[in-house]
Write a protein that binds this ligand. Sequence first.
Ligand code: CP
Length: 313
Amino acid sequence: MNYLGKHIIDIDHIDRDFIENIFSITQRLKTQNKLKKPFDNKNICTLFFEDSTRTRLSFEKASNNLKANFHNLDLSTSSVNKGESFFNTIKTVESIGMDIYIIRHGSSGAAMFAAKNLRGTVINAGDGSHAHPTQALSDLFTIKEQKKDFTKLEISIVGDFLFSRVARSNILALLKMGSKVNILGPPELSSPKISDAYDQYNSLYPGNLKFYNELKQPLINSDIIMALRIQKERFNKETKVDLENYKSKWRIDKELLDQCKKNILIMHPGPMNEELEISHNVAHSDFSLINKQVENGVFVRQSIMQNIFEGED
Ligand code: CP
């Protein structure tokens, strides 16, 4: 079930059955890739108020695979540059006529605001530090392909939990699916106090979420390490992170992998700051699922939009 109806705003609105259903559709698309019928009467629009490579392009490819009409509002040449507000921009695009709005924005809550003000369906493509649900669903599908049973997995996520929307969505999705999750990082980026979300996850899934300010010991029993991007662009006067210190203590590199399980797998949502949070050798090694995460992102996003359209007919 999606408790928010058709909108995909965050993982907390969707349950395990909904996630399993998206995985089944995705699996079918990957193996058969046959469209039951074209969605050529449907209009999909990306509105990206923040930069993106993989999310925006994978939604475009997914829309084309569905034979829907794809539109992109190019923010760099839009009337936003003449001062048009977010509200007036989305209402203008609505008047032109869209069925699905895929919105990325620097402010947490922007996608929910759009969902409350638009007639069509809103998919959150990342809002501030809040949520990135389609990244989480793509990442979990990639894990399921490799490891099958979420309840047997211990996943260590390493890095910037202060600003990462990917972390907030991935952690909740993994806990919902029954995995154990370790949060690893320096206290200034990974204390339980940095977000109410982590307090809430702790009370919903007691014992399955652990915080560590050290790297090696929690990695010994981990099946997967997920490195997060250090979000330098969101740093402000209060952010006290020494990047050289971070690199020496927290980077996922080959030396560290030698101390992990032999079948350890490495993930990163991208874009990477190579050599800061992950070494080039590890990112492009046989342990790495990073390119698979991107590849699966197209199929998972296609499944989500197909599911929305089929629910409307
Ligand atoms: N992971 C992710 O959202 O990447 P992009 O910013 O390239 O879309």
